[in-house]
Design a protein around this ligand. Structure first.
Ligand code: 5GP
Ligand code: ZN
Length: 114
């Protein structure tokens, strides 16, 4: 999608700090980190949000979580733990309409979220 910030990151039109890439997803550090470790994992296919998942593209979410688990081990955040967040729509706090999963780590998070 031409006017999507994350599609532009995928295409290399906007620079980003990419920490992982394969044929289905990329992971890059968040521009405005909310914890010492804060990266995003996104499918390369433009899917607006969880609302647009279906039986054809849902495999990308499973793949995304496999990648999150591998990156957590690689970055050494797996044992202490981390938080995976997906914001969906206006009330969920989604600001970029390309489905993405935040991975936040290296500090303690509270519950319930704000
Ligand atoms: P959302 O609020 O939609 O769940 O999350 C969007 C996230 O994307 C925010 O945490 C924001 O800091 C991050 N973000 C927005 N624009 C850019 C960008 O151009 N580069 C990077 N690396 N992160 C971005
Ligand atoms: Zn996009």
């Amino acid at each position: 999608m031409t006017d999507c910030i994350f599609c532009k990151i995928i295409n290399g039109e906007i620079p980003s700090d990419i920490i992982y890439e394969d044929d289905k997803v990329i992971a890059f550090n968040d521009l405005n980190p909310q914890s010492p470790v804060h990266f995003l994992v996104i499918p390369k296919e433009h899917i607006e949000s969880v609302n647009y998942l279906d039986s054809k593209n849902a495999n990308l979410v499973a793949h995304t979580f496999l990648v999150i688990g591998k990156l957590a081990k690689k970055l050494g955040i797996d044992e202490k733990g981390y938080r995976v967040v997906n914001n969906c729509g206006e009330n969920g706090g989604q600001t970029v309409p390309h489905i993405h999963f935040h991975v936040l780590a290296s500090r303690k998070f509270s519950w319930p979220p704000g």
